[in-house]
Design a protein around this ligand. Structure first.
Ligand code: GTP
Length: 598
């Protein structure tokens, strides 16, 4: 039986608990890569990812392992992204596995994301293999952490390997547990093809490369395949597996993890979670749980001063070929002119796209305040969804509004429970439950409006708990809410790009904060600039930027030339990413300052 020596698994962990480091060790000790190739962490391949130290895109790697008796095994290690924005991708990559290694930092113990990921793995009926990492650290407390895993997650830790992924200690135990505890795949090789797409990316030569888990049947070049959700038909060009590079094979069969290319032009035609089968001999049922990914957060992206609109469109189109979750359409803003409304999975996804526009495409862009999707029931009974505050109908036409709610699981040392609850209350949270996990740690559950968590909730949580709390969240639904549109006027003109939808009860405080912030980041001009916050016609806050008296250079008149140049350069730097809004020059950071109100 060819499947009996295959093991398909993922590694799940809270951020920084050592997932990538362990993956590197597993790859290294199976001797597939050269030392030089190992110098950079292999699984995180995008630059940006490396810098941010988080795993965004999934990949799979095939390892060959020989046990001490010389028996050979194929290990397919599937990487998972480590952020809630990408939870759907995590769940699809887990669906491609039979087991998961649960890596827990011996100095930190179980964290919110450990738990969040474990729940996703349990949903897929995976065998969980606990692994205690970082035992080389003096503050490691492996026995306590084992007990914590048993108590909180409910898995037996008697055989849990105690390892140091960094120092390479205990890795052999990990291999043993993979072989003994994770079941071999047991698909039917003679059944019609049934393959799950758990990742895909666009390659300019091959088209879309789909990473798949073959559940039943087999697939080879020349086969006509159909995507069961999108109904698109393609002819397979190449199949293969990834080791240190792609290696093409004659075919992929039940139990295998590998890639398929079929001259597919856009990742939207081969989306994560879809099932591939043969067009003329299809499998009966697709894999369960397919979801079309829908953006949760929207913002406007506009050219900064001097930047071309068409360059931004081209860049967004290029990014979209490789990112099924990114959506955009043209929009116009009275303040910023022509630009795009873009939808993202979450704020991290948004920041990544913004950074890629800047770094990979060398573009200067201005992003407007992100918005979630609101549901509005009008007086006449019509229900509309809006993701741009500017499109909010007149208040007299609105019967009621609803906003998205998330259930947040927050883990915190008991000392900070008070601070965490205060933060959640301030963000309009509804207390759900609290549980002591052990004497010193608690799990606090709150329902929170998404619009209160997307901006800076995580930063606020970290700062209020000295970095000790962690959290994870899930969208649970919509709830009616008293919301209003808060407009910002600069020099008497409403700047539509700064409008936000906020809860009535917080409008005054937010209006004041935003005016204060703007008055600090907008430079002085030759004239007085009033900054106002308003709800409808009612001004609720005001600040004034005083006029500039003298030319900045006047001070330096007769002074030494280098000082003058410095001043000019400094001004030039400050000029970067400015936009004229009416008569007023507004720097990029002004548009972001509406986000951070704590
Ligand atoms: P994300 O990819 O960001 O989710 O993090 P990760 O879980 O992949 O963590 P990563 O492997 O990047 O490790 C995080 C940090 O912990 C790095 O600085 C590692 O060098 C360090 N680290 C990982 N394993 C060990 C270990 O066994 N001992 C010690 N002392 N440090 C470790």
């Amino acid at each position: 039986d060819r499947q009996k020596n295959i093991r398909n698994f993922s590694i799940i962990a809270h951020i920084d608990h050592g997932k990538s480091t362990l993956a590197d060790r597993l790859i290294e000790q199976t001797g597939m890569l050269t030392e030089r190739e190992m110098q950079t962490q292999v699984l995180d391949s995008m630059d940006l990812e490396k810098e941010r130290g988080i795993t965004i895109k999934l990949k799979a790697v095939r390892l060959i392992y020989s046990d001490p008796k010389g028996e050979k095994y194929i290990f397919n290690l599937i990487d998972t992204p480590g952020h809630v924005d990408f939870n759907y991708e995590v769940s699809r990559s887990l669906a491609a596995c039979e087991g998961a290694l649960v890596v827990v930092d011996a100095t930190q113990g179980v964290e919110a994301q450990t738990l969040g990921n474990v729940y996703l793995a349990i949903d897929q009926d995976l065998e969980l293999v606990p692994i205690i990492n970082k035992i080389d650290l003096p503050s490691a407390r492996p026995d306590e952490v084992k007990k914590e895993i048993e108590d909180i997650i409910g898995i037996d830790c008697e055989n849990a390997p105690l390892i140091s992924a960094k120092k390479g200690i205990g890795i052999e135990d990990v291999f043993t547990r993979i072989i003994e505890d994770i079941p071999a795949p047991d698909g039917d090789e003679n059944a019609p093809l049934k393959a799950l797409i758990f990742d895909s990316y666009y390659d300019s030569y091959k088209g879309v490369v789909c990473f798949v888990r073959i559940k039943d049947g087999s697939v080879k070049p020349g086969d006509k395949i159909i995507m069961m959700a999108t109904k698109k038909v393609f002819e397979v060009v190449e199949v293969g597996v990834t080791t240190s590079s792609h290696i093409s094979l004659d075919k992929l069969s039940a139990g295998d993890v590998g890639y398929i290319t079929a001259s597919i032009k856009n990742v939207k035609e081969a989306t994560v979670g879809d099932t591939i089968t043969l067009a003329n001999n299809p499998t009966k049922e697709a894999f369960p749980g397919y979801k079309k990914v829908v953006p949760m957060v929207y913002c406007g992206i506009y050219p900064a001063e001097g930047e071309e609109y068409t360059n931004i469109r081209e860049a967004l189109e290029k990014l979209q070929v490789n990112d099924a979750a990114l959506v955009f359409e043209a929009e116009t803003s009275a303040a910023l002119g022509f630009g795009f409304r873009c939808g993202f999975l979450g704020l991290l996804h948004m920041e990544i796209i913004q950074e890629r526009l800047e770094r990979e495409f060398n573009l200067d862009v201005i992003t407007t305040s992100p918005s979630v999707i609101y549901k509005i029931t009008k007086v006449d009974g019509e229900v509309i969804e809006i993701q741009n505050p500017t499109n909010l109908p007149d208040p007299t036409e609105i019967a009621y509004m609803e906003e998205p709610i998330v259930r947040a699981d927050i883990m915190t040392p008991t000392d900070y429970v008070g601070a965490v609850m205060e933060l959640c209350q301030n963000r309009r949270g509804v207390f759900i439950d609290m549980e002591y996990l052990e004497e010193t740690r608690a799990l606090v559950k709150y329902d929170l409006p998404l619009n209160e968590v997307i901006y800076d909730f995580f930063d606020a949580l970290k700062s209020k708990t000295r970095g000790y709390a962690s959290y994870d969240y899930d969208l649970t639904g919509y709830s009616e809410s008293k919301l209003v549109k808060l407009d910002i006027l600069i020099n008497g003109n409403i700047v539509d790009a700064l409008s936000i939808i906020v809860h009535e009860s917080t409008a005054y405080a937010k209006g004041r904060k935003i005016c204060e912030k703007l008055s600090k980041v907008i430079p002085r001009h030759q004239f007085v600039i009033p900054i106002q916050a308003a709800i409808g016609n009612k001004v609720i806050a005001r600040e004034t930027i005083r006029a500039l008296r003298k030319d900045v250079l006047a001070k330096c008149y007769g002074g030494d030339i280098s000082r003058k140049r410095k001043l000019l350069e400094k001004q030039k730097e400050g000029k970067k990413r400015m936009r004229m809004v009416g008569e007023v020059e507004v720097p990029q950071e002004a548009f972001l300052s509406v986000l951070k109100y704590d």
